[in-house]
Design a protein around this ligand. Structure first.
Ligand SMILES: [Zn+2]
Length: 325
């Protein structure tokens, strides 16, 4: 459900994972979040989601910063790194533990995969929950294993997306008890993103549609932690030649910034910006002039009407900005 703008005003963010440079898909999320913030006189922040430390590199983070700079998308506040925020995540887990909502799961990945194939027909979206009744075993919280959030099996979460409209997910069935901290000690993405959004006072999450499915679980976690719920706008995805979402995993090339205006125009076209913006080139626009005009043309500016923006167009070549939270 959409919330009214808080007294502090609109706070938006772009949260790339530095597992590689930005590609055409991730630029769509970056640009959408920036335009949405600017069109509402809001702030826009960059947060480096390097919670999956083995897959992230400082070089990629630095490269992303340079790419955003070339595109005129500059963070209004100091860039935040998830890898420096262990204390916040720890505190959130402790809060949940005091409510008796956290338990250690000692099931192996193999256990989970076996349970998943056995239950796949019944619970197609399952595969994340604990298959071994660890909740009933009361393993010590400071022992080995993954930390999971206990989710009511009957929990259903409804929310409104500003582009996709009303959404409902049976989180208890489709997701189950999800992991907050992996058995190797790494924080899980849902915990980090929920804690960070609240800590940074984010009012509006604008990100790729591939993350729409994870939103209900994140809302469940916000509620468990007593945190405010931001508004959500999930952008169309850019698809690769094979029809799948363009991502680093399927070899999306780093953005060609030979002509930054052309890159912005292509992302703008995916977001429904009209010509001539969607066809602009360096010969016709400077980056600054293109961005100023795009703010004026941004079709999703009215955050007070969640489901009334322009509908997704059939040609919305979906894409999704990589793991952008
Ligand atoms: Zn388990």
């Amino acid at each position: 459900m959409s919330l009214p703008s808080p007294p502090g005003g609109y706070q938006g963010r772009f949260a790339p994972s530095p597992t590689g440079l930005l590609h055409r898909g991730s630029l769509v999320a970056a640009l959408a979040s920036w335009l949405d913030a600017r069109s509402q006189g809001g702030q826009w922040r960059v947060r480096i989601e390097d919670v999956d430390r083995p897959r992230c590199t400082p070089e990629a983070a630095q490269g992303i910063g340079l790419q955003l700079q070339a595109l005129g998308l500059v963070s209004d506040a100091e860039v935040v790194w998830q890898s420096a925020r262990d204390r916040l995540y720890q505190a959130a887990v402790q809060r949940l533990a005091r409510q008796g909502r956290v338990y250690r799961c000692r099931c192996s990945r193999r256990d989970r995969l076996q349970a998943r194939s056995a239950e796949a027909a019944l619970r197609p979206a399952d595969g994340y929950g604990c298959p071994g009744a660890c909740w009933l075993r009361h393993w010590p919280l400071d022992g080995p294993g993954a930390l999971r959030l206990k989710v009511d099996p009957d929990l259903v979460v409804s929310w409104a997306d500003r582009r996709l409209g009303p959404q409902t997910q049976a989180v208890g069935q489709a997701v189950g008890d999800f992991i907050l901290q992996r058995s190797d000690g790494l924080w899980a993405y849902p915990l980090a993103v929920v804690v960070d959004d609240a800590d940074q006072g984010i009012t509006d999450v604008v990100r790729g549609e591939d993350l729409a499915d994870s939103t209900a679980g994140q809302i469940a976690l916000q509620r468990a932690l007593g945190l405010p719920q931001p508004r959500y706008l999930h952008t169309p995805l850019v698809v690769a030649a094979d029809g799948r979402k363009l991502s680093k995993q399927n070899g999306a090339a780093a953005l060609d910034l030979h002509d930054p205006v052309a890159a912005l125009a292509e992302a703008g076209a995916c977001l429904g910006l009209p010509a001539p913006l969607s066809q602009a080139r360096a010969q016709t626009h400077s980056v600054r002039r293109w961005l100023d005009a795009a703010v004026q043309a941004w079709p999703w500016a009215d955050v007070s009407r969640p489901a009334s923006g322009p509908a997704a167009r059939p040609g919305d070549a979906g894409t999704g900005p990589g793991p952008v939270g």
